[in-house]
Design a protein around this ligand. Structure first.
Ligand SMILES: Nc1ncnc2c1ncn2[C@@H]1O[C@H](COP(=O)(O)OP(=O)(O)OP(=O)(O)O)[C@@H](O)[C@H]1O
Ligand SMILES: [Mg+2]
Length: 275
């Protein structure tokens, strides 16, 4: 009979459990005339401090998936769990940054925009919320504009405010739906780098949606590649080795081409799985 000591040696090291677990999730839009299936049995896990990117062609269901994780759309099959708890609706543990520049109430200053959800959550008093807002406004480089109104800011600045507002809430997962897609190429690149700097500083957990292969490689440490409509998980790829300095290199281009083929070639036998 083996001794207790022997048993101990055979116990496997604990595997980190995912912060977010999306399992076989089907999402649909139902109207009186028809039902549109947006995603089919999509599964992926997001771990603490992951930068998980959902990459797919327009219409494959990326935004729908993000809205489901945010709690706005219930799955018709499968489950979405945060820390083991099924997502039953929106909550302060999941904050979304959208693509649109007009996601900030225009009648509030930058500081008020960032401070308001902090106060509304009941976690902070007026003074604490303002102080915390100022700290996060500084992190995104907008201290000089704390008293400005959104309409006086550029698109990139408005997105920085939206990011500061989301991060100040310290969500369990930050959800971003093509947050830089409406920016010019130079600003977009700078914002991607700033996002990575913020991540290095605070190590938040990110679920990021894009249809840009380059953006997925730069922003993500893991990328889930979705098939065209309805979205299914085609492959999951480790992308932590890529950053702004590797863009343009032969290896980066090769990785981008491989993903391009995964995105747009018809399903081939064995295409499913890890690339
Ligand atoms: N409110 C809606 N009612 C009915 N169908 C919808 C609705 N919103 C989206 N759809 C459909 O669901 C599918 C997925 O849409 P979704 O917006 O999630 O795609 P996406 O991957 O985010 O695309 P894009 O890259 O263009 O933003 C599409 O076929 C779309 O037409
Ligand atoms: Mg979308």
């Amino acid at each position: 009979m083996p001794s207790g000591g022997d048993d101990q040696r055979h116990v496997a090291a604990p595997v980190a459990s995912p912060l977010l677990r999306v399992e076989n999730v089907g999402l649909e839009y139902r109207t009186t005339e028809r039902t549109v299936r947006a995603t089919h049995r999509v599964s992926f896990d997001v771990f603490e401090a992951d930068r998980f990117v959902l990459l797919g062609a327009s219409g494959c269901g990326k935004s729908t998936l993000l809205k489901a994780v945010a709690g706005f759309i219930p799955p018709v099959e499968g489950s979405i769990r945060i820390d083991g708890q099924t997502v039953a609706g929106p909550g302060p543990d999941r904050i979304v940054v959208f693509q649109e520049f007009d996601q900030l109430p225009p009648w509030k200053t930058v500081r008020e925009n960032v401070a308001f959800p902090l106060r509304a959550s009941g976690r902070f008093g007026r003074r604490q919320a303002a102080e915390r807002a100022d700290r996060y406004i500084e992190k995104v480089g907008l201290s000089r504009f704390a008293d400005s109104y959104p309409h006086t800011l550029s698109g990139g600045m408005k997105q920085r405010v939206a990011i500061a507002r989301a991060l100040a809430m310290q969500p369990r997962v930050l959800l971003m739906d093509e947050p830089f897609a409406a920016l010019d190429a130079l600003t977009r690149r700078r914002m991607q780098e700033e996002l990575l700097e913020l991540w290095a500083e605070t190590r938040f957990t990110l679920l990021f949606v894009t249809h840009s292969i380059e953006e997925a490689l730069l922003v993500g440490n893991r990328v889930g590649v979705l098939t065209p409509h309805p979205g299914r998980m085609r492959a999951e790829i480790n992308t932590h080795e890529w950053d702004a300095s590797s863009e343009g290199s032969a290896a980066f281009q090769a990785a981008a081409s491989r993903i391009h083929r995964l995105l747009f070639e018809n399903d081939a036998p064995g295409a499913e799985g890890t690339a």
